[in-house]
Design a protein around this ligand. Structure first.
Ligand SMILES: [Mn+2]
Length: 325
């Protein structure tokens, strides 16, 4: 099915989610460059473009923030996006492209494609792209190997999170033999921060509060902190991990105040990180968001105190459940 679709398509638009992470940029490049190597007419589109920390990846100069005339495309491939709104402001128009292939690993994926390749067991979307390239029996260009490796590296938190499995590690190893360099990737992604980011981190760390007997850590990010430090929204996205690093914390929440000048209601974006028994995706989905078991998010107009109360209750309920076992 997918073989035929890809073989028959000639003009493809590839898109990944807004505020892209390494897997969003990685899957876009990995599949886009491989399709180009097969002689296809490919546009690699991301509404927010390539964040500076991923600009070292070969091929990012071909990622565009503008898809051009949509009527030229016969196929849309949506990557690393649990729902259509993740494509950004032009999502609805994009859905008018005749054939839509949905490639993703979010358990909350809404299966919006004409063809859905969704596997929550995959460590990253680039793992799924790698599987697809194997299935197509296509050669993997060196530039694509860098991108596949980077998607695995970022989505597994540098091979540390619970999704770090045999498949992810073997593919990462195979990508290094194709030319991806682990040291270069980690240096650009984990060892290269702007001073503005470090100042924002300082502010965010001071905002950490513990609740629920030390099982819940919350971090607050105000508009004022962003303006004061000059850090960008993109730089703020991984901050919540620091709250999760605290000993004994089962759930970490970053409460980010939205920009009321450019964003409409709801007024807060909540990023969750869960450990062990907790399911961040279940909480996020119940509030209209999505994500993975260990990392998820949603937007809300509820005041921060109510959000924290709700999270405390979730932690309490989970504890009671495990006591019953
Ligand atoms: Mn991903």
């Amino acid at each position: 099915m997918i073989r035929n679709l890809l073989n028959e398509s000639s003009h493809l638009l590839l898109v990944s989610h807004v505020q892209p992470d390494g897997d969003a940029i990685g899957s876009l490049l990995a599949l886009g460059l491989s399709l180009q190597a097969q002689g296809k007419h490919v546009t690699m589109y991301n509404e927010d473009g390539t964040p500076p920390s991923f600009a070292f990846l070969p091929g990012t100069e071909r990622v565009t923030e503008h898809p051009g005339e949509l009527a030229q495309y016969d196929t849309l491939i949506v990557l690393d996006s649990g729902d259509t709104d993740r494509m950004g402001s032009r999502a609805q128009e994009l859905m008018s492209i005749p054939c839509i292939i949905n490639i993703d690993h979010h358990p909350s994926n809404t299966l919006f494609g004409s063809l859905n390749m969704v596997d929550p067991e995959a460590a990253s979307t680039t793992v799924m792209v790698w599987r697809l390239l194997q299935q197509m029996e296509w050669h993997i260009p060196t530039e694509a190997a860098w991108a596949i490796y980077t998607g695995i590296f970022t989505d597994t938190g540098g091979f540390r999170f619970g999704n770090t499995n045999t498949e992810a590690l073997s593919i990462a190893a195979a990508m290094t033999s194709l030319g991806a360099d682990p040291e270069t990737v980690s240096r650009h992604i984990m060892g290269s921060y702007s001073f503005a980011y470090i100042r924002l981190l300082q502010e965010a760390l001071s905002s950490i509060r513990l609740a629920a007997d030390g099982k819940l850590a919350s971090m607050t990010l105000t508009r004022h902190m962003l303006e004061k430090t000059g850090a960008t929204e993109g730089e703020a996205s991984g901050l919540v991990n620091y709250a999760r690093y605290i000993d004994g914390v089962k759930m970490a929440a970053l409460i980010r105040e939205k920009d009321t000048h450019t964003e409409t209601e709801p007024s807060y974006k909540i990023s969750l990180r869960a450990d062990g028994d907790m399911d961040a995706a279940a909480i996020a989905v119940a509030h209209g968001g999505g994500g993975h078991r260990a990392a998820a998010g949603f937007s809300t107009s509820l005041p921060p105190e109510s959000i924290l109360k709700m999270l405390e209750t979730c932690i309490q309920t989970t504890k009671n459940d495990s006591q019953r076992l």
